[in-house]
Design a protein around this ligand. Structure first.
Ligand code: FAD
Length: 818
């Protein structure tokens, strides 16, 4: 066995082999080794049903799946190994208007990433799938390019391609330990010897947690039992084949949580059952190969019955086999593909529940990331760092069972699942709850989305359209704009970067200038090496050598890892996570100055406390750092305090604010207001797929300040020319829904861009969206069309920040807030 390699891939399932194949295709073949403890495919891959569903609501996963299906079409020609690909199409039925809304929303995403879909009436469903009834159908969505493949053959073809490009595969080679060496390499210890390497890629399926533990990582993957049934052949299917008719498309009845496909002139039925238990919670046995569990027909019964009603022929088939295997899951059901946190050059391609479908794209993007330093598509939706320490084993059991049971539920944009809640709560949680808060969860934190008032149900009615929260949000926005509001933002990620090298380090990490005066605040962006935006930080200078950084709560691990991995290792820079120890309450609105003056002796006048500055103040008796910034475009202060003071601060504000009209507001009101200010968000308008200039961040970028991460690449990108430009849109003629993001934008039928997010702006009384448009169409006044839930609406490009474009309210010019 080799003793050295550049990269070692652990795991010979379809995902590991695809990763190896793509590394080899990128020219690293001679330097890449794959280790598999048994035979290739002996983990989960051999028993997969092989379906390749393109349907996915996530922009990242959608692109990954699309790449896979394209690759699989050419693999046989490339490698000479048949893969059993059947492009029979995929028909997803809809039994309600909400389900159709989901398909319509998805179809817009599909259009922006080039996936072919068609909508069918019940009569067209019958034509395509004569063996099914159409009772209760509203319609269906059809993917003609979808189908299935033989997973083991696919893996062998990828292995052949990898070997052909120089890569080495060692079977029957068990990895038992992974150690970091003094000279910053990895040492992968196996039962056959040790390999020293630069990079390790973990593709170990249901063993992910055991492999992670070898390097001290708690990987957020716990598998769940998943079954499918194979039936005997049916005369009607045999007759179809004899007549030379095409194979039936895969049929999915999402509303009853099952799929059905042809198999040897019979069927495979695959349900996603409620109550399917987590399994291998402490990992499978190290000797497990080709392992299956006992089938549980009782759990399958409701799905079998629903399928019999839809497809009477299915009821007439004898059951041949029940397969019950472990399927890897994460709390949101998407895989984890990308760098691990805290450890360098350790990569994860784990947690795949649709691993046959995702393997091609996942291997492709991970190989780009390893070889070229960056992926080319926005991988935020699958980044391993989207989960944090809160994702303990017990949490994973609950959330992953829930994610499995909900594979086929309608994926409402405002859906908030109940599993594993409440977990992380700010001290003011109970107070907010008693004030009517309807909570959502982000990164384990409970956050108030909106507030029900008397007579209103304190519960969300999820929808793709404006729902019961709509009026409440309008009320909260109005109160914050006319009076004063309080928003709990304790979930923000917070950290301190300090030390003699802190300023130089941060100056290199961000494109903006670092605030120079103590107390100064700057909005600063870390770019990736290609010039796209990776992270956004609000940076407060605490002293000559200390800085306080605030960023999005959901991105805590991602943002902090980005900083920590790039810190000099000579001890000149220190990192301290303050997320759990600092609470944040945002006070915003024209009467916020009056309110602050009542609870604190500091000077809150425009002269005494300037916009974009901060001061140490006392609220009631509690120490706070007040920062005069906010995300809603009103006069206001963010109050950052040691967490144990939060309720004291909260009570002081509410005791003093009643006659000023002080009311709490929630995340959804904040989001509506940020849209009216055209404030960008990381993961939507700010992404590695767009240059920082394309995202319109010009005023936060200072190429003349000296070198910074991504600077040269950004300038080179600018030289090559922009492909997109951020713009704000007003949508006309819509009164029950708003753009949700990923909406296709067209002019005379030609695709000219995509909306990144949208909503209703209550202060401007308009339906708004932010979007990325081809630059020639981004001028103010351009008329175009936007697709929202299957219908085209007129829209106009408007100037940025339709509400208070000069920031007069934030800056309080000439006392506009008095
Ligand atoms: C019943 C069922 C039906 C399914 N149907 C579909 C489907 O239709 N479509 C679809 O897309 N997906 C489907 N899946 C999911 C699919 O099977 C998985 O997502 C996919 O196989 C995952 O591949 P993998 O390479 O990540 O994992 P695996 O195939 O499990 O490979 C991991 C490999 O790592 C090896 N390994 C682990 N630890 C070590 C170590 N320490 N040293 C060396 N080697 C190690 C294991 O031996 C194993 O071979 C199904 C799953 C189940 C259970």
């Amino acid at each position: 066995m080799k003793s050295e390699a550049r990269v070692v891939v652990i795991g010979g399932g379809v995902v590991g082999v695809s990763t190896l194949y793509h590394l080899a295709k990128k020219g690293w073949g001679e330097d890449s080794v794959l280790l598999e403890k048994a035979e290739l495919t002996s983990g989960s891959t051999w028993h997969a049903a092989g379906l390749l569903p393109l349907f996915n609501m996530s922009y990242s996963v959608g692109q990954v799946h699309k790449y896979s299906v394209n690759l699989y079409q050419s693999l046989e020609a490339e490698t000479g190994q048949a893969v059993g690909l059947k492009t029979c199409g995929n028909l997803r039925l809809a039994m309600s208007q909400d389900r159709m809304d989901e398909y319509m929303q998805y179809a817009a995403t599909a259009k922006t990433i080039g996936i072919n879909v068609e909508f069918l009436t019940p009569a067209q469903v019958k034509e395509l799938w004569p063996l099914c009834t159409t009772d209760g159908l509203v319609g269906a969505i059809y993917h003609p390019d979808d189908g299935y493949i033989q997973p083991a053959d696919l893996t062998q073809a990828l292995a052949k391609g990898a070997r052909f490009n120089g890569a080495t595969i060692y079977r029957h080679t068990l990895v038992t330990a992974i150690n970091r060496t003094q000279d910053d390499h990895w040492e992968v210890v196996t039962n056959k010897g040790t390999i020293k390497c630069e990079h390790v890629v973990s593709c170990t399926g249901n063993y992910a947690r055991q492999t992670g533990a070898m390097v001290g990582l708690d990987i957020p993957v716990v598998p769940v039992e998943h079954q499918y049934i194979v039936t005997e052949a049916h005369p009607d299917v045999i007759a179809r084949h004899e007549r030379g008719e095409p194979e039936l498309p895969v049929l999915r009845q999402s509303d009853d949580s099952w799929y059905l496909r042809e198999e040897n002139k019979g069927f495979i039925l695959g349900p996603y059952e409620k109550g399917a238990p987590a399994c291998y919670v402490d990992g499978p046995s190290i000797d497990a190969e080709y392992e299956l569990f006992e089938g549980d027909l009782e759990r399958l019964e409701p799905h079998i019955e629903a399928c019999m009603e839809r497809v009477p022929a299915f009821a007439e088939c004898g059951i041949k086999n029940v397969y019950n295997g472990a399927i890897a899951y994460t709390p949101d059901g998407n895989p984890i593909i990308g760098p691990a946190w805290d450890v360098p050059n350790f990569w994860l391609n784990e947690g795949h529940s649709f691993g046959i479908t995702a393997a091609g794209g996942a291997g492709w993007q991970l190989a780009e990331w390893i070889v070229e330093g960056e992926p080319t598509i926005d991988m935020m939706g699958v980044d391993p760092r989207r989960f944090g320490d809160y994702a303990t084993k017990a949490y994973l059991v609950q959330k992953n069972e829930e994610a499995y049971a909900n594979v086929f539920v309608i994926h409402y944009p405002d859906e908030e699942r109940e599993g594993g809640r409440p977990l992380r709560t700010a001290p003011c949680y109970d107070r907010l709850k008693s004030m009517g808060a309807v909570f959502g969860q982000k990164f384990g934190w409970e956050r108030a989305n909106w507030f029900a008032t008397e007579g209103e149900e304190q519960v969300d009615h999820w929808s793709f359209r404006r729902s019961n929260w709509f009026n409440a949000i309008g009320r909260e926005v109005r109160n914050t704009t006319e009076n004063v509001g309080v928003l709990d933002m304790t979930a923000f990620a917070k950290c301190r970067i300090s030390g003699s090298g802190a300023e130089a380090f941060l100056d290199y990490m961000v494109a903006n200038k670092i605030p120079q005066k103590v107390g100064g605040i700057g909005l600063c962006h870390s770019l990736n090496t290609r010039g796209g935006v990776h992270s956004e930080f609000t940076i407060r200078r605490e002293s000559d050598t200390s800085f306080y950084l605030v960023s999005a709560g959901a991105l805590q691990r991602l943002d902090h890892d980005y900083l920590k991995k790039r810190m000099p290792r000579d001890g000149s820079v220190h990192f301290q996570d303050l997320t759990g120890s600092m609470g944040v309450l945002v006070v915003a609105g024209p009467k916020s100055r009056q309110l602050m003056e009542r609870v604190s002796r500091s000077d809150f006048s425009n002269e005494g406390f300037r916009w974009l500055t901060s001061q140490d103040i006392v609220v009631g008796m509690a120490p706070n750092v007040a920062m005069r910034v906010n995300y809603v475009g009103e006069l206001g202060w963010e109050l950052h305090h040691p967490i144990e003071y939060q309720n004291h601060v909260f009570d002081a504000l509410f005791a003093a604010g009643a006659d000023l009209g002080l009311k709490p507001f929630g995340i959804r009101a904040m989001d509506s207001m940020r849209l009216e200010k055209s404030y960008r968000m990381v993961g939507t308008e700010l992404s590695i797929e767009y240059s920082a200039y394309e995202s319109g961040m010009d005023r936060f970028i200072h190429p003349d300040k000296g070198d910074f991460l991504g600077r040269d690449a950004l300038l080179a990108w600018e030289q090559r020319g922009r492909s997109y430009q951020l713009a704000a849109l007003e949508v006309h003629g819509i009164d029950d829904a708003d753009a949700l993001g990923n909406n296709a934008l067209t002019i005379n039928g030609e695709l000219v861009g995509r909306a990144t997010g949208g909503g209703f702006g209550f202060r401007v009384n308009k339906s708004l969206a932010l979007c990325m448009l081809k630059p020639q169409h981004a001028q103010t006044g351009t008329r175009l069309q936007i697709e929202i839930l299957g219908k085209m609406f007129d829209a106009t490009v408007i100037g940025e920040s339709p509400f208070d474009p000069e920031n007069e309210r934030l800056r309080d010019v000439n006392g506009v807030n008095d």
